[in-house]
Structure formats: C-alpha cells, structure tokens
Design a protein around this ligand. Structure first.
Ligand SMILES: Nc1ncnc2c1ncn2[C@@H]1O[C@H](COP(=O)(O)OP(=O)(O)OP(=O)(O)O)[C@@H](O)[C@H]1O
Length: 877
C-alpha cells in the first residue's frame, strides 16, 4: 500500500517536472527566436502580446535582420493559417447546414407520404434564365445509379443547382460586327502594331471575361495575388536557405534549430499557395469553357436554326465547321486550357523576374542584372528562330482527330445499313486510312518538337545554370579582391542566396521561353475557335445569305484601304417576303431554288409556285389559336378543329423539288425572288414531318411521342401518361406497351431508331401529330413504309379530326385522301399544275393515268411469252 502511494507520488512529481521543462523550453524558444519574454503571461493576453511584438519586429528599423526575417515568416504563417482555418470552418458549416436542410426536407416529405416524387431537370424563369439541377453523384457509373434508383434514394440524392443566365441577343448582335472586323482584318490599317492573334484574343476575351466584376475577373486577380505571394515566399525561402547554411558553417546549433523551425513553418503557406495557384488555374480554365460553350450554344441552338444552316456557309468545307461537334467539345476545351496555362506560364515568370531582379540588383549590381537580361533576349531570339509552326501542326492534328472520331460516330449511327451491305471491308479501310493520317499528324507534331527540345534543353538547363554560377560569384570575387579578406560563412550565405535566386530566375526565364512554344500552339487553337465563332455569327445573322458570294467580292478577300465594303457586299440577296401568323399556308410566285453561292441565279427546281390551303380563308381570321383544348382532346367522336379541314397532295417525280417546298415552309430554305410571298401559320400551329423519321438518343418512349416537347414541360402542363396511351391506341401502337411492364414502358430508355420498325417509326410520327394537334401538317412521304390498310386508316384519322394537311408523295394512289392536287409536271422547266380533286380536270388526269396503266397491262401477255422462251433456252444450257 505504502509502496504504491510512493509510486503515485513519484509519478506525479515526474509529470510536473516534465511540464516545467516544456514550459521552460517554450519560454526560452520565444526569447531566442524573436526576443520576447513570455514568462508570467496569461493565455488570454498571450496572443495579443505576441502579435504586437511580431508586428513591431517586422518593421524594418526596429530589429536585427535575423529577428525581422523570423517575425515576418511567423506573421505570414499565422495569417495564412488563420485564413485557411476560417475558410475550412465556413465550408464545414455550409456542408452541415445543407445536410440538415436535406434531412429536414426528406423527413417532411416522408410525413406527408410523398415517397414518389418526379425530379425535374430544369426550371425556366420568367426572365428567360434557367436553373438546372444536376445530380452531384455524377461519378457513379450508370449501372450503379440504376440499381439505386428507388424513390427514396432519388429523393435524397444531392442535386447541384446551376444558374444559366438569360441569352443576351443584344450582345450577340453587337459581337457579330467585332468578329467580322477582325476576320476581315480591318484593324490592319489603323493599328501601328498589328497582330492577328492578339486581335482575335481581344475579341474572345470579351466572352471569357465579360465584365470587371465577373467571377472570372475575380479568379484572375486572385491568381495574380497568389503568384505574387509565391514569389515573395520564394525570396524568404532563399534568404532562410542562406541563413541555415551560414548557421551550419559557423556551428551555431541553437540558431540552426530555430531557423529550421521557421523553414517548416514557411512550408505551410508555401505549399498552400502552390496548390491554390493550380486550383485557380484549373477553375479558371473550366469557367472559360463554360462561358464559351454557352456562348456557342446560344447561337448554334436557337430558333434561327444555325445548326442546320451551317451546311450552306461559305466556310462549310473547312475542317472546323465540317467537324463542328469536335470543335465545340475538344477545341473549346483545348483552347481554354491553353489560354490559362499560357497566362500562368507567362505571369509566373514575369512576376518572378521582376521581384528577383530587383533583389538581385542589390546583390549583383546593375551590370549583373543587365547581363542576365541580355542573356534572356539572345535565348528568346534563338528559340523563336527554331520554334516549329506548332500552331499549324496543332490545328491539323485536331482536324485529323475530329475526322477519325466522326467516322466512328457515323458508323455507329448506320451500323445496320453497313451490316446489310456487308460493307465491313470498305469501312475498315476508311477507318484505317483516317487512323494512319491521325498517327502521321501526331508523329509530325512530336518530330517537329525534337530539334527544338534539344536546343531548348541545352540552353535553358545547362548554359543558364553555368552562367548562374558566374553571376552569383561576381559580388564575392569583387568583395574579396577589394577588401583582401575572405569571410567564409558570410560569403557562403551570400553565395547560397544568390545562387538560389539565380536558379529561380533561370527557372522563371526558362518558363518564359517555354511559353513561346505554348503561345505558338495557342495561336492554332485561337484561330480554330475564332473561325468557328465567325461562321456561327454569319449563319446566325438575320441577313445570312446562304453562302452567296456577291459579284466576285469574297469575305476573305483583301479589302483596299479606305474602301467601304459594306456598300459593296450589301445588296439584298434574299428578297422574298415571309408573312407569319397566317391562318393557312400560302405560296405566291415563289421560285424554289437550291441555296448556293449563286443565290437567286442557282438551280431553279420549281418556277413561280402558287397555292394555298385551305382554299378559302376569311380575311379577318388570321389570328389562330388552335392550341390544345383538353376537354376535346381525347374524345374520339369530336373533331379537334372547327371547319372542314383541307388537304393538298404534292405529286411529282424524284428530285423535282417536292421536299424543298417543305423546306421553304419550315423556313430553312429562303425565298430568293423579290415578288415571292410565303404565308405560314404561327409556330405552334404547324408541324413538318420529315421523310426520315427522327428519334432522340437516349430518350424514353414518352420523349419520342411528345417530341419536340420536353418531359419537364409535359408534366408541368399537367399532361398525363393516360393521354399518351390513348394516342398510341389511336395510331395502333398500343401493343408496344404490352411488351414490358405495361404503362411503365413509357419510361423505358432505348435506341428507338433501331428498336422500332420502319412502319412503327412512321406511325410514331402520327402519334406526335395527335399529341401536338397542330392546325396544319406537312407530311413528306410519311406513309410509304406503312401497309395500305393502315395508310387508309391514318389518313381517315387526319380527316376525322379535321387537320389541314399537305402530303408530299410520288404515289397517285394517295389522291383519294386529298382535296387539292399540285403536280410537278416538268422537271426540266420546273412547271406545275394545281387542280381541285373531284373536278372534271382531275378526273381526266386520273383517267390519263388509268389509260397509261392499261397500255402497260396490254403488254403483259407478250412479256410472259418472252419469259417462257428465255426459260426454255436456259433449260437447254
Ligand atoms: N442541301 C442541298 N444542297 C444541294 N442540293 C440539294 C440540297 N438539298 C436538296 N438538293 C437537291 O435538290 C433537288 C431536289 O431535292 P428534293 O429533296 O426536294 O427532291 P424530292 O422531289 O423531294 O425528291 P424525292 O422524291 O426523291 O424525295 C435534288 O436534286 C437534291 O439533290
């Protein structure tokens, strides 16, 4: 018992002794490191006293250099550490609040019993902006997501909210002229120093950094701040380095330990700064990409249909426009990354050069610094001379990459057709050829860099460090020679500091030289993005001329000084008139012309076309509001629309221009001739069904039926799946739902283009019509894959619901479903004939056709005889 009590006492004594020692060490450490006596100071006042003392010490006049450096290092580390701690704390609180909010919402929904909630992908705001919701768990693979897709899981899944600002049409209209000016090189004559790259970059920078208070501008300023900080820290590190070596040489153990502690402390903000620079560069690159891609999407995907019209642009054959998918995805990302890295690669060394040379000037003298810069200029000149045309090479590599990728996409899209034709060999040789070209370009790129890399390495790595030693030793040699004394430890410190700074300076210089190569590469990407944006601006413009070239003046041509090109080029090319919101479809004197560079002088398919449906339009009934009346919608006994409904059949041989009439109605082809007048209904009142059925990729069956409506809108507007089921049974496609899980088949995702048969695809088009119920429909060969009885049923369906429809076909058998017939009679002259069916003329025309067929039938017995003779001859052989 007594023994154990003694042990406890001894233990307590040894703990208190250890505490005393530790306290002593802390107090001594403060005294030796920064000359502060903290004996008897309470914890509460400790930080105040320490801070005041450090600030006092870091002022230039109040302390010795050793104390000053340490005080500054400590202050900086303290500042940055508290900044980091504050930021991490704030982030922690933010995450916690979000988690609590999510849990609260979830439990509230559970209490209400809403276990199945349909999640929306986006919300449209009244001002045109959108909010998108993206699952944050995007990194899980698809299968995993599908497995976990229970309603509860869906509900709990964190979603990121992304705000997409409203498209600003004014900015796009304004930018159009900026792009045009730079493309035509108009600044050439007004600028003293003209650089195509800088001009292109200055226009593009308006998209990347739209204003001074934009977040990208703030990120850029932050990046510059951290870059300066990094350089400043490097200076500290260089000085500490020298100090430590001096301590070692002089054998001062305690000072050495103190300086080493400072070294570890400074490492904290230094590593934070380096990571922050990298993060900011990456973030800035991604933000640039977001801005640029949104800008492109705003023009590429809007009501002016630039994505279609691009095929008519004067630069349609350029690799940038031809592989626009590759340009929008790959080139944009490469351009943004290259821009950010070039900026960092230039800004970093420039800041380093500035700071280090100011410091070195004190140590090496002006002559030394001038020597270093002369060395830089000579190196820069040499490297520039040996730089291969990397911009051009990068651009051609990108083209080859796009071609190879696109060919694969094309093969995937047409795999069934290729399989039927057994076209594997041809496809393989084509893919191989494109792959070889790509490899050749990649090799050419690397080969061209070989010589350059060799010269660069020799100069930057070896010559520069050699010269560094020479310059770093100059002050020591001069001092030793002038004083005759050699103070080893002081010289060593000076040499180490100078050497470190010289090496950092050399590193900065070499990075600056490396960036010559990066700039050259960036020019290639900038040129590609600029070409893409110019093409988009041209096509998106209201006055897009469909690639027309006016009397020998091309856009790329050199413009003579002082000449007003606007006056030269600007003569109205598309002179026809379009009247919208018309209660019908009407062509008046329209020449159907294939858009080309010859504009109205191009190939005329049909001349002075004129027709109208319905044949009689009330003069004051132009304002049509046909959109859906939900009460009538699914009552099979009620027609959708008032009035009888009218129909027109456009008949004619292949390639006479029937589909082109539809293109003019859809306004994707222009009306060139001045007296041509096109009158069409408002947007929601007409649907054009193309010859080739279209199905969205990766969509549900519901998405296919309601196209071009989105499923978000479908549910927002209160439509129900039972409406779709009713529509499917109207077009005799209800059996699809019986294949799997009944109605939930509407949620099934598949490649519908491959899953549905030809006839099913065409019936799906009719389902779309029944869903959208437009007042007017244009059908291009919409029933040529459907059996005769089903065709009869579908046309009668259209008639029962009193749609007005225009059908384009080559089969006279459709005449019976139409009231009017427009026949393209002569392909050569583009002449046509319009007649009301059921009239004497129409009957005569049908009689003519019957006569023709009867004449052919008369020959049948003769052809049969000939066939028998041939078979007999074959049997003998
Ligand atoms: N984008 C285009 N560029 C050049 N020529 C085109 C373009 N689109 C169509 N054409 C040409 O216009 C002509 C008429 O084409 P259109 O598609 O109108 O014919 P169609 O009468 O509908 O023929 P079919 O009955 O075979 O469908 C064709 O000779 C076609 O090659």
């Amino acid at each position: 018992m007594a023994k154990s009590a003694t042990t406890v006492r001894t233990g307590a004594r040894s703990v208190s002794t250890a505490r005393m020692r530790l306290l002593d060490m802390v107090i001594n450490g403060h005294w030796h490191c920064i000359g502060l006596n903290v004996e008897g100071t309470s914890w509460r006042s400790y930080f105040k006293i320490l801070l005041r003392h450090l600030i006092q010490l870091s002022k230039p006049s109040d302390a010795g250099t050793g104390y000053r450096v340490r005080a500054r290092v400590l202050l900086l580390s303290l500042g940055l550490s508290s900044l980091m701690a504050g930021m991490s704390g704030a982030y922690g609180v933010y995450v916690l609040v979000n988690k609590v909010k999510l849990l609260y919402r979830h439990s509230r929904e559970k209490r209400r019993g809403n276990s199945l909630v349909r999640t929306r992908s986006q919300t449209h705001l009244a001002n045109g902006a959108r909010i998108m919701y993206i699952p944050e768990d995007v990194f899980r693979d698809r299968k995993e997501v599908e497995e976990e897709e229970t309603s509860e899981r869906d509900h709990m899944e964190p979603r990121k909210k992304i705000f997409i600002p409203r498209k600003d049409d004014d900015v796009i209209e304004h930018d159009q002229y900026l792009f045009k000016n730079v493309e035509l090189g108009r600044a050439k004559h007004s600028q003293l120093f003209y650089s195509k790259f800088l001009n292109q970059m200055s226009v593009l920078s308006r998209i990347l950094i739209p204003s001074l208070i934009d977040k990208n501008c703030i990120l850029l300023v932050l990046q510059i701040f951290f870059l300066i900080m990094r350089t400043w820290l490097s200076l500290f590190v260089a000085k500490l380095d020298g100090q430590i070596v001096k301590d070692i040489i002089a054998g001062r153990g305690r000072r050495f330990l103190l300086d080493l502690a400072c070294w570890f402390l400074i490492a904290l903000p230094a590593s934070y700064t380096n990571s922050a620079i990298k993060l900011l560069q990456r973030k800035l690159g991604l933000n640039f990409r977001v801005y640029l891609t949104r800008y492109i999407h705003d023009m590429y995907l809007d009501k002016r249909l630039a994505f279609y019209k691009l095929i008519f642009d004067e630069r349609a054959s350029s690799s940038v426009v031809k592989n626009i998918d590759n340009s929008i995805s790959n080139d944009v990302s490469k351009f943004c990354d290259a821009t950010c890295s070039v900026f960092a690669n230039i800004a970093k060394p420039v800041i380093d050069l500035f700071f280090f040379s100011v410091y070195l000037r004190d140590n090496l003298g002006t002559l030394g610094v001038v020597g270093i810069f002369i060395n830089y200029f000579i190196t820069g000149y040499l490297l520039r001379k040996f730089t291969p045309p990397l911009g051009k090479l990068a651009s051609s590599r990108s083209t080859a990459d796009g071609n190879y990728y696109n060919y694969h996409v094309n093969m995937i899209n047409n795999n069934e057709e290729i399989a039927f034709y057994q076209g594997t060999e041809v496809e393989k040789s084509k893919v191989k050829e494109l792959y070889d070209i790509l490899m050749e370009k990649l090799l050419a790129f690397d080969r061209s860099k070989f010589n350059y890399n060799m010269i660069e390495d020799y100069i930057l790595k070896y010559t520069w460090s050699g010269l560094g030693y020479v310059f770093a030793s100059i002050p020591i040699v001069i001092t030793t020679l002038s004083t005759g004394a050699n103070i080893e430890d002081a010289n060593m410190k000076e040499f180490i500091v100078n050497k470190r700074l010289m090496l950092s300076l050399a590193d900065a210089g070499s990075r600056l030289m490396h960036s010559i190569k990066d700039i050259s590469q960036l020019t290639g990407y900038t040129n590609r993005i600029f070409t893409l944006l110019c093409a988009l601006h041209r096509v998106h413009s209201k006055s897009f001329s469909y690639g027309a070239i006016e009397s020998g003046v091309t856009l790329s041509a050199e413009i003579p000084k002082g000449k007003d090109i606007q006056a030269d080029v600007k003569r109205e090319i598309i002179q026809g008139t379009v009247q919208r919101n018309f209660n019908g479809v009407r062509f008046e004197n329209i020449d159907v012309i294939i858009p080309s560079e010859r504009a109205s002088e191009g190939i005329k398919l049909i001349r002075k076309l004129a027709f109208q449906i319905p044949p009689h339009i009330e003069p004051n009934s132009s304002n049509t509001n046909s959109t859906q009346d939900l009460n009538k919608m699914f009552d099979a006994n009620l027609p959708f629309f008032e009035g009888p409904g009218s129909s027109l059949l456009i008949l004619g041989p292949n390639s006479c221009g029937k589909s082109s009439i539809q293109r003019i109605i859809a306004e994707i082809w222009p009306v060139y001739n001045k007296n041509g007048l096109l009158s069409i209904p408002s947007e929601g009142n007409i649907i054009c069904v193309p010859q080739k059925p279209y199905f969205t990729r990766g969509g549900t069956l519901r998405d296919q039926i309601i196209y071009p409506m989105s499923s978000d809108e479908f549910f927002d507007r209160g439509f129900k799946d039972r409406h779709l089921v009713q529509i499917l049974s109207e077009v005799r496609l209800e059996y699809l739902l019986k294949r799997r899980k009944g109605w939930s088949y509407l949620d099934a995702v598949a490649e519908w283009k491959d899953v549905l048969s030809g006839g099913e695809k065409q019936r799906m088009n009719f389902a779309r019509i029944m869903f959208h119920k437009p007042r007017f429909i244009v059908l291009d060969e919409a029933t040529n894959a459907i059996s005769a009885d089903m065709e009869d049923y579908l046309f009668n369906l259209l008639k029962r619901y009193r749609f007005n429809f225009i059908s384009i076909s080559q089969r006279p058998s459709l005449i019976k479903y139409h009231d009017l017939l427009l026949e393209i009679t002569d392909v050569q002259t583009g002449s046509w004939q319009l007649q009301a069916l059921g009239t004497a003329e129409a009957i005569t025309s049908i009689d003519h056709e019957i006569d023709e067929l009867s004449k052919k039938m008369a020959n049948v017995s003769r052809w049969e005889l000939e066939r028998e003779e041939l078979q007999e001859k074959l049997a003998v052989i």
